[in-house]
Design a protein around this ligand. Structure first.
Ligand SMILES: Cc1ncc(COP(=O)(O)O)c(C=O)c1O
Length: 410
């Protein structure tokens, strides 16, 4: 991966801050800002009118919709619902599924997920749904497929699980989960927030029914996407104005409509991935047509660099007296993304982070809105863990800056 090129595309990286809180939110791409500005200057009118600028705005939205379809690897842009956040999109989805629930229907959630993918499903208990928790292994914090199987049965309607843990970085075997869930005739919803900044999302290969992630953690602005299988989106009750047709997908799941400029700006992500795939060549010639091959190539490069980063930090933390490293200790890109959490014996995570704050390195402590997992690991639900969440624009030198400081603490 051409790291210099990658970093040059993120204006915020010009300063001397080290950004290691990317699981909280990543920096934004210049190509995204370019698209945003261009839209607001040349297309900032309401869609649906017959005059030229309105028609241009509509075709730009359609272009963004189509690019996001390529980004998650579906052929049908109607399967792309956009909204302000993953939390809102999952709430909307759960509200819709809730309208189809019969008392006694079962829904499986995990105790290893961000609460955004637990609370909306728990709320369906009020409609008579029976919620079952897929519990993580209390030592490793990881979800084991064999623990899911006894929870599945003829009444299971839906299973909702995260793709990559926002605390451990562990990648869950979504395809294997999908096969088991579908064998029971149930649906699978996946929170891809922790995964999408790191690997190419492929909803076809994963065989998921719903898949959501947030653009502000994927190098864009505060905006999000939900993929839904077309026949399900058509079947489920819409959540918008009463006169919006049930055939009108994805519109019927975008109450209050979608933010046009932020949706359009995400074409900047596919612009960037396309340029990154060719080593940074051709960025001046942007915009270019979105290609799935380029997206996959870009994420192969990203994954390889991320594995180098994971190895560097894990090498420092593993077997270090006084450090409890959480989750998988292997840097293998097939097993994890570069989100690494730990606690230090005898120190509050808050105090560890405060020591680092003064050195212009952004890391973070807490439960990261996954309090059930933190408690299951036997940790303080508020003080939680110290989390270092990296992405591909981070460098080995940045990790060395951090570990030199941690070295003095443990
Ligand atoms: C794994 C995970 N899922 C869901 C969310 C919620 O995303 P949003 O802030 O877009 O609602 C987050 C946010 O931190 C997250 O880390």
């Amino acid at each position: 991966m051409n790291l210099d090129f990658a970093r040059s595309q993120f204006p915020a990286l010009d300063g001397d801050w080290v950004y290691f809180d990317n699981g909280g939110g990543s920096q934004i791409l210049q190509p995204v800002l370019n698209r945003l500005q261009d839209y607001l200057i040349t297309s900032n009118v309401q869609l649906g009118a017959s005059y030229g600028v309105s028609r241009r705005a509509a075709s730009r939205l359609a272009e963004a919709q189509a690019a996001m379809a390529v980004l998650v690897n579906t052929n049908d842009p109607a399967e792309i619902v956009m909204g302000p956040s993953t939390s809102v999109l999952l709430r909307t989805l759960a509200a819709s599924v809730g309208e189809t629930i019969s008392p006694g229907d079962e829904i499986v959630v995990t105790n290893a997920d961000h609460e955004a993918n637990v609370g909306p499903w728990l709320a369906l208990e009020r409609r008579g749904a029976v919620l079952r928790f897929w519990e993580a292994d209390p030592t490793s914090g990881e979800l084991r497929l064999e623990d899911l199987l006894p929870l599945l049965g003829p009444r299971t309607r839906l299973v909702s699980v995260t793709h990559a843990s926002n605390i451990l970085g562990t990648i869950n075997p979504i395809r294997a989960i999908a096969d088991r869930v579908h064998a029971e005739g149930a649906l699978l919803c996946v929170d891809g927030v922790g995964y999408a900044p790191h690997r190419a999302v492929d909803v076809g290969e994963l065989d998921v029914d719903f898949y959501a992630f947030s653009f502000y953690k994927t190098f864009g602005p505060h905006h999000a996407v939900l993929y839904g299988r077309k026949e399900l989106l058509l079947d489920l009750p819409g959540q918008s104005l009463s006169f919006i047709s049930e055939d009108d997908v994805p519109y019927k799941f975008q109450p209050g409509n979608v933010n046009y400029e932020l949706s359009y700006s995400m074409l900047g992500l596919t612009d960037y991935l396309t340029a990154l795939a060719s080593g940074g060549v051709g960025v001046d010639a942007l915009p270019v047509a979105v290609s799935r091959t380029a997206i996959e190539r870009a994420f192969v490069l990203i994954a390889a660099h991320e594995e180098v980063l994971s190895r560097r930090l894990l090498d420092f933390l593993t077997d270090r007296p006084g450090v409890r490293l959480l989750g998988n200790v292997l840097p293998d890109q097939a097993l994890r993304v570069p989100i690494i959490s730990f606690v230090i014996d005898g120190m509050k995570s808050a105090d560890v982070v405060r020591e680092i704050d003064a050195h212009r390195i952004g890391i973070r402590f807490g439960n990261f809105h996954s309090p059930r997992l933190v408690r299951a690991l036997g940790l303080d639900g508020d003080d939680g863990v110290v989390r270092v969440s990296m992405v591909h624009y981070n460098t080995v030198e940045e990790i060395d800056r951090l570990t030199a400081l941690l070295d003095a603490l443990v």
